[in-house]
Design a binder for this molecule. Sequence first.
Ligand SMILES: Nc1ncnc2c1ncn2[C@@H]1O[C@H](COP(=O)(O)OP(=O)(O)OP(=O)(O)O)[C@@H](O)[C@H]1O
Ligand SMILES: [Mg+2]
Length: 263
Amino acid sequence: MSREASLQAGPEESPEGGRYASLVRGLFRDEYASRSLYRLIRRGSVKRIVREVAAGKESRVYLGVSPDGKPLAVKVYFIESTSFRGHLKYVKGDHRFRSFKEKAWSIATLWCWKEFRNLHRAYRAGVKVPAPIDYEGNVLVMEFVGDCFKPAPTIKEYPPNDMNKALSLILKYMSLLWKKARLVHGDLSEYNILNHSNELYIIDWSAAVETTHPKAETLLLNDLKNIVKFFSRFIETPDHTYLYKVVVKNEIKKVDGRWGILI
Ligand SMILES: Nc1ncnc2c1ncn2[C@@H]1O[C@H](COP(=O)(O)OP(=O)(O)OP(=O)(O)O)[C@@H](O)[C@H]1O
Ligand SMILES: [Mg+2]
């Protein structure tokens, strides 16, 4: 059986009460995530989980399959992650999360919801991100970015062929984010940009904040610093404080095949 065909195989019936155990138990390490997955299966956002494909500091990412056979990225936030606590200072300054109460169990859920909403806003503004599909509890479902059911490499692992073009595109996305989505990614670096056949996808949106957040400018400067540091290993790059003004206020253009910015 081909890999694609084997992904499409699986339980045909819609899951009900007694089927919970056979469908999801043991798939994820935490029971809360398994229950959330069960709800996602019941409402038809996911058909099944194939295997784990990546693990980060805050989450584990699985390859899943949609009811129509498409590969999905299913991100499960760890219930206990010390780095979540570090992020709480950003939640506290964001008016969207005014009613949030700091409880251990709810932090992962909040992070999941926050990433889903941020993904949506970025997607609608025209930034290339995995298309958001659904979320429940601490489980987020989105478009799978990769080939042959393997996640696309990050730009750190696989730098784009044309680094000038890639930098120009990332700055365009940062500008769209600021001006249209009114967001700052907040954790942008070569580790959170996937290179899928020279198409760049920005991932990992749980730390993004609104442009009205008191730390928005600091976070944007920091994102630019990370990007400039990475690209300056390959090409000549302007200073990140200069690019800050460009992203927030002005148009970006490429001049004479080199990096140039028209103000
Ligand atoms: N939509 C996606 N499609 C394919 N693979 C993905 C997708 N989202 C995440 N991944 C894979 O999972 C990895 C970790 O994802 P992400 O950065 O969102 O999680 P994280 O827990 O914040 O990780 P880290 O702590 O390493 O930043 C990515 O580097 C990538 O390999
Ligand atoms: Mg990441």
